[in-house]
Design a protein around this ligand. Structure first.
Ligand SMILES: [Zn+2]
Ligand SMILES: [Zn+2]
Length: 258
């Protein structure tokens, strides 16, 4: 059986969790049908590592940005370095960026300042935004709306809201990305969201090494497990996996202009 055509739209492949068995991780990803992977920076060193990895690996593209957890350290020098890295080959998006009021590792005003600055950078460079949002939907959607990212679009990564939030993300020009939590026994509103989002606005991701889907919970996540999440989303939508996977990959390629 040929595997589905999958695109992992949010991975942290350049994190140290993968240094020991990187070749095997990529091999398993390809065997599971994951043909393309977007690896995402969260601060300057990891953004640099993501851009370098994309330069070496034919199936990997990169995004550069400052995660809200690192917002407090992100002064003008840091943001200028992200802007410089954004010009590297195969850097196709800005992020991850956003607001995280769940862990609150940086003060909220710093999170907001750094998010705004990166929304502006994405707009200037005409690159899509990759948005992280945890327990902060009102402020996140307000800031995205103020900048207006519809020209280059973006992704609400690891979507954790309900159908109403999904509708507002779509209205703001974002795609909705589902991750491992849609496979959990208590998935909240995610099954409804999986059915609600139009097929041309939906993508999937692992967010590896974090958030493994149900059978691998408690362990390291990796791109090969995207097949489990995609199969669950196809089942919820009552669509053949091959068709949905191909369509979601096409959505990602169109957004990232690959
Ligand atoms: Zn995130
Ligand atoms: Zn992430």
């Amino acid at each position: 059986m040929t595997p589905p055509d999958l695109f992992d739209t949010h991975a942290h492949l350049h994190f140290p969790e993968f240094t020991g068995d990187f070749a095997a991780v990529l091999e398993r990803a390809r065997a599971a049908g994951v043909r393309r992977i977007l690896t995402i920076g969260t601060d300057v060193p990891t953004s640099r590592a993501a851009a370098e990895m994309a330069g070496r690996e034919p199936d990997v593209w990169a995004a550069v940005g400052i995660h809200p957890h690192h917002a407090a350290e992100a002064d003008d020098v840091v943001l200028a370095e992200i802007e410089r890295l954004a010009g590297s080959a195969k850097v196709v998006a800005i992020g991850e960026m956003g607001l995280d009021y769940f862990r609150n590792l940086a003060p909220r005003d710093a999170q907001e300042r750094v998010f705004r600055s990166q929304l502006g950078l994405a707009r200037r460079t005409r690159k899509p935004v990759l948005v992280h949002c945890r327990d902060a939907h009102e402020d996140t959607l307000r800031l995205i709306g103020e900048t207006d990212v519809r020209e280059a679009g973006g992704i609400m990564h690891c979507f954790s809201g309900d159908v109403g939030i999904a509708r507002r993300c779509l209205d703001l020009g974002l795609l909705v990305s589902l991750a491992g939590p849609v496979t959990y026994p208590k998935p909240g509103a995610l099954p409804d969201v999986a059915r609600y989002v139009p097929g041309d606005r939906l993508v999937v991701e692992t967010d590896c090494p974090f958030l493994p889907p149900q059978p691998h919970r408690g362990k390291r996540n990796e791109p090969a497990y995207l097949a489990i999440t995609a199969a669950r989303v196809a089942e919820l939508r009552g669509e053949p996996l091959a068709d949905l996977a191909a369509r979601m990959s096409e959505n990602a390629r169109a957004l990232l202009r690959l």
